[in-house]
Design a protein around this ligand. Structure first.
Ligand code: LMR
Length: 397
């Protein structure tokens, strides 16, 4: 029966096979590692789990849109208590299977109900999963310029030109902070200009905020773009994930939301979100949402969590500094490496070529995505010297 099924390629991020060599360094997937290279369970998460265990919770089904307190607290975290739609109870929201699920619900909802367009513009490059998510949601995916290889920075002129040229009312996907894979974010002034173009062209902004807190260490600061757009009067869609900022990767805790005109419109939108979700997976998992909600709703746990997010962001920043020094001062690697320090968030877009990444895997047991993206969080005091030395050797040829 399945003789006509061709073998598919492995996933460019999750399909990376790291070997068992002692020296192996896996910088492929964006998952935080502590200073010893180990997965990290936050203390605030452990405490939340103790609180939950003590409350002897049941295992009943959640509603289709998930744990209501969780979605309320998740939207509060993103939009801020002072945002107009939050105060007006006009944010339609649902729990999701982390960020991917949120994007997929959003894609499906827009595909079904957004009356003006089926076209979504993604930055070039974007997270590798964005294209299949939106394509499989029935949208037509196009790109807008984002990254300038020459400056290893934002191609702001190209971005503006492409958004100006996009058909009116197209959907545009924006990474709220810590752009994946480039680590290059617009400045606040540039966000304001993007907001003006989006308004002028009546584009529909869909924010993916998978790294709130990971860019600067401060969740409020990282929500700048989302809050700016909302305060400028845009209606937005938003995908949130608690995988990175709470380290809840496998718990799949996330949220999707849409700002709407008022509570009545919000209820209609939510009723349709339910109809999108029910045939996909009925209702979301309990545990991750309970953990996140316990942290978000208890001031002392919230404070501890924020400090831990800052701790993760700071460790990554210190690795950037150290990698830069190793590459330039210790190993005198040819080329400009300032971007290692200036890029933001979990990733660095190193500029290494596909042949270089291949040879690093084969010769040095160092794994990264073929586009040269490394997860900075995979570097630590024990492996960074070997990494820098190997990169330097591969650049020198
Ligand atoms: C990544 O970009 O590495 C992460 O977002 C994990 C994933 O699912 O791709």
């Amino acid at each position: 029966t399945w003789t006509n099924v061709p073998a598919g390629p492995p996933d460019p991020i999750l399909g990376l096979q790291a070997d068992q060599d002692q020296r192996k360094i896996n910088l492929g997937v964006g998952a935080y590692r502590d200073g010893d290279g180990k997965p990290y369970v936050l203390n605030s998460v452990k405490k939340a789990e103790e609180i939950l265990r003590a409350s002897n919770p049941d295992k009943e089904y959640l509603p289709i849109t998930g744990l209501p307190e969780f979605t309320k607290n998740a939207t509060k975290l993103a939009y801020g208590v002072d945002s107009a739609p939050f105060k007006a109870n006009a944010i339609a929201s649902t729990q999701s299977i982390s960020g991917t699920g949120a994007l997929r619900i959003g894609g499906a909802f827009l595909g079904r109900f957004y009356p003006h367009s089926k076209v979504i513009y993604l930055p070039v490059p974007s997270w590798g999963n964005h294209t299949p998510i939106f394509r499989d949601s029935g949208l037509e995916v196009r790109g807008y310029r984002y990254f300038d290889k020459k400056t290893v920075g934002l191609d702001f002129e190209g971005l503006k030109e492409d958004l100006q040229k996009a058909p009116e009312r197209s959907i545009v996907l924006l990474h709220a902070c810590a752009h994946n894979p480039t680590g290059v974010d617009p400045t606040r002034a540039q966000w304001k200009e993007i907001s003006d173009i989006v308004k002028e062209k009546k584009l529909f902004p869909f924010f993916d905020m998978a790294y709130q807190g990971f860019a600067s260490g401060l969740t409020d600061r990282d929500a700048f773009a989302v809050r700016l757009f909302v305060s400028e009067g845009h209606q937005i869609a938003l995908a949130q994930s608690f995988a990175k900022n709470m380290g809840l990767y496998g718990e799949r805790a996330g949220a999707f939301s849409l700002t709407s005109a008022d509570t009545e419109e919000k209820s209609r939108v939510e009723s349709q979100l339910k109809i999108v979700i029910r045939p996909m997976y009925s209702n979301p998992p309990l545990h991750g949402a309970r953990i996140a909600n316990t942290i978000l709703s208890r001031p002392e746990l919230y404070a501890e969590w924020e400090a831990e997010v800052k701790g993760m962001a700071d460790r990554i920043i210190s690795m950037r500094e150290r990698l830069y020094n190793e590459l330039t001062k210790t190993h005198k690697t040819p080329g400009e490496w300032g971007h290692i320090k200036s890029q933001i968030g979990m990733f660095s877009f190193t500029g290494l070529t596909a042949p270089q990444t291949k040879s690093l895997a084969e010769r040095a047991h160092i794994y990264m995505t073929a586009d040269g993206r490394i997860s900075m969080a995979g570097l630590n005091g024990n492996n960074i010297d070997y990494f820098a030395e190997s990169v330097s050797r591969s650049v020198k040829g």
